[in-house]
Design a protein around this ligand. Structure first.
Ligand SMILES: [Zn+2]
Length: 281
């Protein structure tokens, strides 16, 4: 690590560990019962991600789907062994606002049992599938606390047809809970442009936007706002050869756009900025 890197802000790095057929964009085409029929590519892709992080001495939080952890226990152990944080992405990628509090709770506890059984460590953090904690279901934060979580990283402070709380704080914040306690929220990072928050914290945006623009945004967060940014991506986003699903042109752009260039973009990002896990933030 260079001195230059030490002086820089430390940002949050996160990976949502799921496969290409788990994503919400395809859930109307691929039912849970069909998951077993698909080729698992997440192991190979996650090992590539681990290599990339090791090259840059970057530590991250891996929000792992319980279903994936059950099938790839050695992968979960390897992530933990390499010093990364193992956290929860729920068991079967169900959108939290479509669940009852009891259904959410049992999904969380089932996943925690699998993950902590493999790592021997308590699961401290949660990321909702498709950022599905919005102002309609903030009760989810109370359930997380009840299940022993210390933090959540599911709220995207943007306008989106499926998720987002546009006026939510853009940085780490304590959210008051019904029992009088609180839970820490790490929102996904946005760039403030005029009166709007622009999503630059990961996903299709990070794949499709040019590197110079992303770098401008991250530098602005670190240097002007003097805050860390929280970045996320998925192992399937570096897999340009993944099987193609039949979908609309819009979904094609959102899921397949920029896949072939994303690994080299990540490499540039990991060279330019310093990262750690969300727990360490
Ligand atoms: Zn997901």
């Amino acid at each position: 690590m260079t001195d230059n890197k030490i002086k820089k802000s430390i940002n949050g790095l996160s990976v949502d560990v799921e496969d290409y057929f788990h994503v919400s964009n395809f859930e109307h085409m691929v039912s849970f019962d069909q998951w077993e029929e698909f080729e698992l590519r997440v192991e190979k892709n996650t090992l590539r991600v681990l290599e990339l992080f090791a090259k840059h001495k970057a530590t991250a939080t891996f929000f792992i789907l319980g279903w994936v952890a059950e099938r790839l226990p050695d992968l979960v152990k390897e992530i933990s062994k390499q010093g990364h944080e193992v956290a929860s992405h729920g068991y079967r990628h169900r959108l939290v606002y479509n669940l009852t509090p009891d259904e959410f709770k049992s999904d969380l506890l089932k996943t925690n049992d699998i993950l902590s059984g493999l790592t021997g460590k308590k699961v401290l953090g949660f990321r909702a599938p498709s950022y599905s904690i919005t102002d309609k279901n903030l009760w989810a934060l109370d359930v997380l606390k009840e299940c022993g979580f210390l933090y959540d990283s599911s709220i995207f402070p943007i306008h989106h047809h499926r998720y987002g709380i546009p006026d939510f704080p853009r940085y780490k914040t304590e959210v008051a809970l019904k029992d009088g306690s609180s839970i820490t929220e790490f929102p996904i990072s946005t760039l403030r442009l005029g009166s709007k928050n622009f999503p630059i914290g990961g996903g299709a945006y990070a794949r499709l936007l040019p590197w110079w623009f992303l770098k401008f945004g991250y530098n602005r967060i670190n240097k002007v706002e003097q805050k860390p940014f929280v970045f996320y991506f998925h192992p399937w986003e570096i897999d340009a050869n993944q099987p193609r699903m039949e979908c609309s042109a819009f979904t094609r752009l959102r899921h397949y756009g920029g896949l072939s260039r994303f690994a080299s973009k990540l490499d540039k990002m990991l060279s330019a900025f310093q990262f750690t896990s969300i727990k360490n933030l």
